[in-house]
Design a binder for this molecule. Structure first.
Ligand code: GLV
Ligand code: MG
Length: 362
C-alpha cells in the first residue's frame, strides 16, 4: 500500500512533480489522425486552432507495417507544427499501442524523449486495471527525468475490456497523472461478446416494445430503441467525477450518419462527458456544437444564478422562476453550465460572441 502523503511525489528522481488537480482544458473534440498517412499529416498544421485536441493515433486503424512510420511521423509533426501541444491553442495527444503489443514500449521510449515537451496526454488502450496505469506511471516518470521535462505528461485510459469496466474506479484513482477515460465501444463489444458489428452507436435490435393493446400481441405496438452504452458511460462518469478527472464518449464509426452521431454525443454530454473522439472533420463540428452549452441553457443558468444571488444569504434558499422552484441544488447545476461556458468562451471567439449577447430579461 502507498501512503497518501507519497501519492504526489515523483516516481523517479528528477521527474516533474505530479499535479494535484487536472486542468479543465477544453477538449470537446479529440480529432484522430494517422501520422503515417501523408494526406492526413499534411492537413494537421491548418487544423491547429480549429479543434481542441489533435491526436496522433499509433494503435488500431494503423497498419502493422506502418507502426514505425506513424511513430516517426508523429515526432516530425510535433516538432514542426507551431501551436500544437504545450501551451499552444490545440492540445497534442497520442494513442500509443497496447502495453502487451510489440510496439507499446517503443512508442513510449521514443515519444517522451523526442517530443515529451509537446505531448499533453498519452491515451493508453485496453487498460485492464490499476496495474497497467502503475506501469505507465513509473515508466513515464523515468523517461521524463531522463529527458529533463518540467511538467508531467498526463494519462488517459480507454475503457474497452470487461475487466477494465469492472475495475473502472481503481483505474481512475491509480495515479495523479490520470486525466480521463474514453469509451472504446468496438473493443469492449468484442471483449464482452456482445452481438454487434458496429463502432459505437445504437442497434435496432436493442429495444423495448409497448405492451399489447386489448391482448393483440400482433397489433401495432411502438418500439423504442435503447442505448447500448448507457450503463458503461454512466459508470465512467461516476468513476471520473469521484477522482476529479474527465469522461469522454469514444468513436462513432458511421461517418455518414451525422444525426445518430449527434444523438450519441448529446447523450454523453447530458450524462456528464466533456468531449468525444472525432474520426472525420465533420464530426469536429458536431462535437463542438454538442459539448458547448447552448445559448438557451447558459441564459437560463445565468438567470437562476442572478435570482438566487438577489435573495442574499450567499445565494442560498429557494426562488420561483417561470413557475419552477430553483434552490441551492439547481443553482449548483446551473453553475456547472456557467463555468463551462466561461472556459469555452475563453478559447472560442464565436461562442464568446454568442454568450456575451445573452440578455437575462424577457
Ligand atoms: C476504440 O478504440 C474502440 O475499440 O472502440
Ligand atoms: Mg479499441
Amino acid at each position: 500500500m502507498r501512503s497518501a502523503k507519497d501519492f504526489f511525489r515523483p516516481l523517479a528522481v528528477g521527474a516533474p512533480t505530479p499535479l494535484t488537480e487536472i486542468p479543465a482544458r477544453p477538449s470537446r473534440a479529440i480529432h484522430f489522425f494517422d501520422p503515417s498517412n501523408p494526406k492526413m499529416a499534411a492537413k494537421v498544421p491548418d487544423m491547429v486552432g480549429t479543434v481542441d485536441v489533435l491526436l496522433g493515433n499509433l494503435e488500431d486503424a494503423v497498419k502493422a507495417d506502418n507502426k514505425v512510420a506513424a511513430r516517426e511521423g508523429l515526432v516530425k509533426i510535433a516538432r514542426e507544427t507551431p501551436g500544437l501541444g504545450g501551451d499552444g491553442p490545440t492540445q497534442l495527444w497520442t494513442r500509443v499501442n497496447a502495453l502487451d503489443s510489440p510496439w507499446g514500449l517503443d512508442d513510449l521510449t521514443t515519444l517522451v524523449p523526442a517530443i515529451g515537451d509537446r505531448l499533453d496526454v498519452i491515451m493508453v488502450p485496453k487498460v485492464q486495471g490499476a496495474e497497467d496505469i502503475h506501469y505507465v506511471d513509473r515508466l513515464l516518470a523515468q523517461l521524463e527525468a531522463k529527458a529533463g521535462l518540467d511538467r508531467p505528461i498526463l494519462v488517459h485510459a480507454i475503457l474497452e475490456t470487461a475487466r477494465g469496466v469492472a475495475n473502472v474506479e481503481e483505474i481512475c484513482g491509480a495515479s495523479p497523472r490520470m486525466q480521463g477515460l474514453s469509451l472504446g465501444p468496438a473493443d469492449l463489444a468484442a471483449d464482452r461478446r456482445m452481438k454487434t458489428t458496429r463502432v459505437g452507436g445504437g442497434h435496432p435490435g436493442y429495444l423495448v416494445r409497448q405492451d399489447p393493446e386489448g391482448g393483440e400481441i400482433n397489433g401495432p405496438r411502438t418500439t423504442y430503441q435503447q442505448d447500448l452504452w448507457h450503463y458503461t458511460i454512466a459508470r465512467m462518469v461516476d468513476a471520473c467525477a469521484m477522482h476529479g478527472i474527465y469522461p469522454y464518449y469514444g468513436p462513432f464509426g458511421d461517418i455518414t450518419d451525422v444525426v445518430a452521431c449527434e444523438d450519441q454525443f448529446r447523450n454523453a454530454f447530458l450524462l456528464g462527458c466533456v468531449g468525444t473522439w472525432s474520426l472525420h472533420p465533420k464530426q469536429i463540428a458536431i462535437a463542438n456544437r454538442v459539448f458547448s452549452p447552448s445559448v438557451e441553457d447558459v441564459r437560463h443558468a445565468r438567470r437562476v444564478a442572478a435570482a438566487m444571488s438577489a435573495l442574499g444569504g450567499g445565494g442560498t434558499g429557494a426562488v420561483m422562476l417561470d413557475g419552477k422552484m430553483e434552490d441551492d441544488a439547481s443553482l449548483k447545476q446551473c453553475l456547472v453550465m456557467v463555468e463551462l461556458a466561461e472556459q469555452l468562451a475563453a478559447i472560442d471567439p464565436e461562442l464568446k460572441k454568442q454568450y456575451d449577447a445573452i440578455e437575462l430579461e424577457g
